[in-house]
Ligand binder design. Structure first.
Ligand code: ADP
Ligand code: MG
Length: 362
């Protein structure tokens, strides 16, 4: 909310500054920052943004693919804020029926609609003094986005079926896994709400864009399972190298799941590449858009329906290669294939060069 809220006044701001400094000292030592870990420049940037905003009352807007750590960021902001002794509530707007979401958020009075046989406290009331994390904000019905924007602007909300407004002593953190501009263009997110949320955006990179953190994260997740299950295991160098090669469409969450599975699969004390799912099982990148990871900046190739698979592959490979200025490694990574596979294809194309391009269909 915009006004300084009551729960925020009890805390000594010097104490908070000390705690945030301690969190950074801890990060330098351990690679962990609150609920998050990572040492890459992009994660370091995220931690700096958290450190800057946590102690304020500002609404934070977190974007990033599913599994990239948005909720962990929200929890870290809460834990480093004056509100950390009060509730942190996470609400997935996409998981609540559109008919119920207004009363879930703002509450309702008895008799305000059929089935409302008693008054109901909404999330804004239950999170009083604390933090409300609203995930998948672009799944919120558009009419409700109007009301939500008004709550952000005025700090006041109204229960369904009531005319009385209440002060919302809640710090809001919103998130979406859809690129916000795209959600606006597609009509799922109101532009005025996006402007309001964009006061303090935090963009989480997909895991493939900070692959240097994969070993740190994998070791962290492995240490977690070992602690829980009570048996020590470690990765072979080959296993760590293989983890670093995956594309991780499910991001950090998927990495955590793969590590937990590998722990169970490994018969001995060493987790080898044999205990990991084969790279071939990984879903292919969403074609025809190249990578879709920002590295390709939304560049696209258009492949008409009816194009043969061989021709589509040729066009996608050559367009990606061109996009990455002939950089073979980055091209292979974006396409989710090994450099060797890419070289083999290019050799094949070169050998039939006289045709310039494969014939269109049979
Ligand atoms: N930077 C990180 N460091 C440690 N664990 C992480 C990190 N990012 C994500 N995770 C793990 O991945 C899981 C999914 O993260 P989450 O924040 O729920 O993703 P999102 O909300 O973006 O879908 C978390 O439960 C946590 O175990
Ligand atoms: Mg989530």
């Amino acid at each position: 909310m915009s006004q300084a809220a009551t729960a925020e006044d009890d805390f000594d701001s010097a104490q908070l500054t000390d705690e945030i400094a301690a969190a950074f000292a801890d990060w330098r030592r351990s690679g962990r920052f609150g609920h998050l870990c990572g040492r890459s420049p992009s994660m370091q940037h995220v931690f700096q943004q958290i450190g800057r905003v946590a102690g304020t009352a500002v609404t934070v807007f977190i974007t990033g693919e599913s599994g990239s750590g948005k909720e962990m960021v929200a929890r870290t902001v809460h834990d480093l804020s004056r509100r950390r002794k009060q509730p942190f509530l996470a609400v997935n707007c996409g998981a609540i029926s559109p008919h119920l979401i207004e009363s879930e958020l703002f509450g309702h009075e008895k008799g305000s609609f059929t089935g409302a046989d008693r008054p109901h406290e909404g999330f804004f009331e239950r999170a009083h003094g604390g933090t409300l994390f609203l995930d998948e904000i672009s799944e919120m019905p558009l009419e409700l986005q109007v009301k939500f924007l008004r709550v952000l602007e005025t700090g006041m909300f109204t229960r369904v079926g009531s005319t009385q407004s209440h002060a919302a002593d809640v710090r809001v953190i919103a998130a979406t896994n859809r690129p916000p501009a795209q959600a606006v263009a597609g009509g799922a997110l109101r532009e005025d709400l996006l402007y309001r949320l964009n006061v303090f955006p935090i963009e989480l990179p997909p895991l493939r864009a900070h692959a240097e953190d994969i070993p740190v994260l994998a070791e962290e997740f492995l240490a977690d399972v070992c602690r829980r299950e009570g048996q020590g295991k470690r990765f072979s160098a080959g296993a760590l190298a293989q983890l670093a090669c995956y594309r991780w469409p499910g991001n950090v969450r998927e990495l955590r799941n793969v590590v937990q599975r590998a722990y169970l699969m490994a018969a001995g004390q060493v987790i080898t590449d044999e205990d990991l799912p084969s790279a071939a099982l990984q879903p292919a990148p969403a074609a025809p858009e190249v990578a879709g990871d920002g590295a390709a900046n939304g560049a696209a190739v258009t492949i008409p329906l009816g194009t043969s698979l061989a021709e589509a592959e040729y066009r996608l490979i050559t367009a990606t290669l061109q996009h990455f200025n002939n950089h073979k490694e980055r091209t292979a990574t974006a396409l989710g294939v090994s450099p060797k596979t890419l070289y083999n294809r290019l050799k094949e194309y070169a050998s039939r060069k006289p045709q310039a391009a494969p014939a269109k269909g049979p």
